[in-house]
Design a protein around this ligand. Structure first.
Ligand code: F6R
Ligand code: MG
Ligand code: MG
Length: 382
């Protein structure tokens, strides 16, 4: 049987009125470009969307992961979009385009990608998660909950097909060469958490059911690692398969109700709650945030996409959004103080080190006493 590959490839190539939203004309351009990709038989089907200022290309094909033709189609779409965005003087046009020429795969060139390949089940429901103003580690907590926490996923206890657990492939994203470890839940749950708790370093790349069935895939691309400096957050995407021996869609979505704290937000330098929102709210405004995630549900049917359904556009998530907004308001009161502002090591690739070097050479080994003040004290003793 022919296997279907889902490739979600995304990039911030410019946005309206700051880093807020992808303009309609870029979405239109992307649709036209991917339609040509269908006509040329590079892909079978596609859906174009946006997570705030990130243009999201969701594609199906039968060419496998990391395929040069599919990646080039996405790359060319981003290049064409960048040209138009520059012409129209759209803000941060071409922000994530960090290479001059395409070299076989978008990896290491700026755009982010999550892909998975599977033999379609009798019915194949999937969710595509797309986040803005955050980083790949933002999915660590919800994905752990979906695939390893029985308090989130009832099926881990009730359904014999899930009962044998899942394998987590975790990437150390700080290493120059991609480095992965495979760990098994529930057996190695504490070790998994020891890694996944460090969201800036260890991120989930893929999750498989115990029998090897692919269940989830995440983009782990780090822009700063490519550019060597802060050029925007990595705004990650994830693909999750649901039902029939995997967590139900409701169990998948339940994991986003917290809303948990993630790194990103303003200037990629702050901690804030990840708000699960519908497409109509897929735009970051308050302090360039708070960070948010959208979820589109599809049925994959003989290599085609049926849908989408806007999964977080539901009153049931109002309480999470409200809680998130209250958390955001509370955190904002901390201004430039940690832990709202990220720790020094997390600020390495931002503009803060430039400011700090100005102060650095003024440090001396003795405690300084302001001159004017010391003199005044002497005269009063006399
Ligand atoms: C975060 C983000 C924004 C910008 C901020 C400053 O991912 O994109 O918060 O960092 O708006 O933008 P510039 O540096 O373009 O003025
Ligand atoms: Mg931007
Ligand atoms: Mg973004």
């Amino acid at each position: 049987m022919v296997e279907t590959t889902i490739s979600v490839i995304k990039a911030d190539i410019g946005s309206l009125a700051g880093h807020v939203i992808v303009p309609d004309f870029l979405i239109e351009l992307a649709r036209k470009s991917l339609k040509e990709g269908v006509e040329k038989k590079i892909i079978n089907d596609f859906h174009v969307s946006n997570a705030g200022d990130d243009l999201e290309l969701i594609m199906t094909h039968n060419k496998g992961e990391g395929n040069a033709e599919v990646h080039k189609l996405a790359w060319d779409t981003f290049i064409k979009g960048t040209e138009l965005a520059r012409k129209k003087k759209i803000y941060a046009a071409g922000q994530d385009i960090l290479a001059d020429t395409f070299s076989g795969n978008v990896k290491g060139m700026g755009p982010g990608s999550a892909e998975m390949t599977f033999e379609e089940r009798k019915s194949e429901p999937i969710a595509v998660f797309m986040a803005d103003k955050t980083e790949p580690g933002a999915y660590n907590l919800p994905l752990f909950k979906i695939f390893a926490d029985p308090f989130n996923t009832a099926g881990l206890v009730i359904d014999p097909n899930l009962h044998d657990g899942f394998k987590f492939v975790i990437q150390d994203i700080m290493k120059d060469i991609p480095c992965f470890i495979e760990m098994k839940a529930p057996e190695e749950m504490y070790d998994i958490l020891a890694l996944l708790g460090s969201t800036g370093r260890y991120t989930i790349k893929k999750i498989y059911r115990n029998d090897g069935m692919i269940a989830a895939s995440v983009s782990t691309d780090k822009l700063h690692a490519v550019a060597g400096k802060y050029v925007g957050k990595d705004d990650p995407v994830a693909i999750v398969r649901a039902h029939s021996g995997l967590p139900a869609m409701g169990e998948v979505l339940e994991a986003f109700t917290l809303p948990h704290l993630v790194s990103g937000w303003m200037r990629g330098s702050h901690t804030g709650p990840l708000l699960p929102v519908g497409l109509k709210d897929s735009r970051c405004t308050r302090f360039d945030g708070p960070p948010r995630v959208i979820a589109l549900g599809f049925q994959v049917s003989d290599g085609m996409l049926v849908g989408p359904v806007d999964l977080f556009d539901d009153v049931a998530f109002d309480i999470s959004r409200q809680r998130g907004m209250e958390m955001a308001d509370y955190l904002r009161r901390h201004g430039p103080f940690q832990p709202h502002r990220l720790s020094d090591d997390q600020m390495e690739y931002t503009t803060l080190p430039k400011v700090l070097t100005r102060c650095e050479n003024r440090f001396v080994t003795e405690e300084l006493v302001p001159k004017g003040k010391a003199k005044k004290k002497e005269s009063s003793v006399e």
